[in-house]
Design a protein around this ligand. Structure first.
Ligand SMILES: O=C(O)C1=C[C@@H](OP(=O)(O)O)[C@@H](O)[C@H](O)C1
Ligand SMILES: C=C(OP(=O)(O)O)C(=O)O
Length: 462
């Protein structure tokens, strides 16, 4: 099957013809138990730390997806060894990592960042600790994602960053000419376009000779939960981080201890499955939901209640029961959860307002423009604001949801398709960024309770 192309959003959307996926329409309430693959954010943080650690590390139940594969490939190019070894559960192989050797001089190498924010932001500071030139590039849209802050930070740290012809770049592609050593010290950046700028520098700061005192100036840093995750992960591997003063992070110089770490399920990616409970007025259970976590996806426990669901967390299982209707609500700073929230808002009986997500314009696509365009394309009533979206109740009709190479646009389309017959999602394969088995898991979720009810796991495609 072939698809049409997006047109009216002003977003950067490819004019290629991409396949369409007939989103399953739920003919009855879903009643399913689902487990999702490992967290992207935790997997890629621990991979970076393993490459800098003081000995070999092991990641248990890591994510295996495009973004983690790109990170693994990048670390290998910087001189780390990453080996798959049998895992102990349903999550595919574990990973053993031997760190890179900053003193070894390396030939020029060219790293593909794909569309992965964690790769394009976290790896250049790591390349500054390698002795040799490293070229960075990515997918066409990756060249449009904000990168200036990382480039300026490296330049301020004395690390040469250049683009073709020796010019100072403001975006991908560029090369980092590392010497294996960075002095560090006080560094002032503007991280208002992405929390990943802060996380990227904190992750490597302990390996700078003088450590790092990072200071943010400018509009507020978004996605603070992800910075808190970085700080917690660093402390877990023995790095001293002082974040007691807002907008200042002090990382003491010192070793990063090797580790043996199990990765939590990706709670953000649990979102579309939990949303299915609301969209079909059914029940979705997710076992092994962590009691304590730094993942922003734990916010589902409050967000979904505000939208009319009943949420319980008992014996480790999160159970979400959809109410008779989806209630509209106002949400501030939903970060990477916003596309899933927006899809539910488009199915709600009352109006919703999402605020504090202006920086989503720099995500995989301009998500505010894309969400408004795709909801409206199905007959919805969504309006972009300077920092978010207003979504009002409307009766949706069949149509194509374009995904803009954005995994969360594709899963938002799948949620809409549960409640609206005749929705087709363009390029569902783009979910491989963080959840390669998504289409199979989604269809298996709907099969549960029909006599063919296997628990859905991330290995559903096997
Ligand atoms: O550090 C991370 O793992 C992430 C940080 C956030 O980035 P932004 O601060 O750019 O939103 C989030 O949206 C992204 O999906 C993952
Ligand atoms: C913004 C996201 O990804 P990235 O890590 O590429 O920034 C996301 O997954 O929602």
């Amino acid at each position: 099957m072939t698809g049409t192309t997006a047109s009216s959003t002003g977003s950067t959307h490819s004019v290629e013809t991409l396949p369409l996926w007939a989103a399953p329409y739920a003919t009855k309430p879903v009643d399913a138990t689902v487990t999702v693959p490992g967290s992207k954010s935790l997997t890629n943080r621990f991979l970076v730390l393993a490459a800098l650690a003081d000995g070999p590390s092991r990641l248990r139940a890591p994510l295996h997806s495009r973004d983690s594969v790109l990170m693994i490939q990048a670390l290998r190019q910087l001189g780390a060894t990453v080996t798959e070894v049998p895992g102990d559960g349903d999550y595919g192989p574990d990973l053993e990592i031997t760190p890179m050797d900053p003193s070894a001089s390396g030939a020029a190498t060219s790293i593909d960042c794909g569309l992965a924010g964690t790769v394009m932001r976290f790896v250049p500071p790591l390349a500054a600790l390698r002795n040799g030139p490293t070229l960075f590039d990515g997918d066409p849209h990756a060249r449009k994602r904000p990168m200036g802050t990382i480039i300026e930070a490296l330049l301020a740290l004395g690390v040469p960053v250049a683009t073709e012809g020796g010019r100072t770049p403001s975006a991908l592609p560029f090369s980092v000419d590392g010497t294996g050593e960075v002095r560090g010290g006080h560094l002032v950046i503007d991280a208002s376009a992405s929390s990943q700028f802060v996380s990227a520098l904190l992750l490597v700061g302990a390996r700078f000779t003088e450590g790092l005192h990072l200071e943010h100036v400018g509009k507020p840093v978004p996605s603070l939960d992800h910075i808190n995750m970085t700080v917690a992960v660093l402390r877990g591997v023995g790095v001293k981080v002082d974040d007691s003063v807002p907008n200042h992070w002090r990382v003491a110089p010192g070793p990063i201890h090797a580790f043996d770490q199990r990765i939590e399920q990706d709670l953000s990616n649990a979102g579309p499955f939990l949303a299915a409970a609301l969209a079909t007025h059914g029940t979705v259970r997710i076992p092994n939901w962590p009691t304590e976590t730094t993942q922003v996806g734990d916010l589902w426990r409050t967000i979904l209640v505000e939208m009319g669901a009943t949420v319980t967390h008992e014996n480790g299982t999160l159970t979400v029961k959809g109410g008779p209707e989806i209630r509209g609500a106002d949400f501030d700073e939903t970060s990477e959860l916003a596309p899933t929230v927006a899809a539910l808002c488009a199915l709600a009986t009352g109006p919703s307002r999402l605020t504090g997500i202006a920086h989503l314009r720099g995500h995989e696509t301009d998500r505010l423009a894309a969400l408004a365009a795709e909801i409206n394309r199905l007959g919805g009533d969504a309006e972009e604001t300077a920092d978010g979206l207003i979504i009002r109740p409307a009766t949706l009709h069949p149509g194509v949801v374009h995904s803009y190479a954005d995994h969360r646009m594709a899963t938002a389309g799948a949620i809409l398709g549960l409640a609206v017959p005749g929705v087709q999602v363009e390029d569902i394969a783009t979910t491989s960024k963080t959840m390669p088995e998504f289409p199979q898991m989604w269809e298996a979720m709907l099969q549960q309770g029909t006599g063919d009810d296997e628990t859905v796991t991330s290995e559903a495609s096997n």
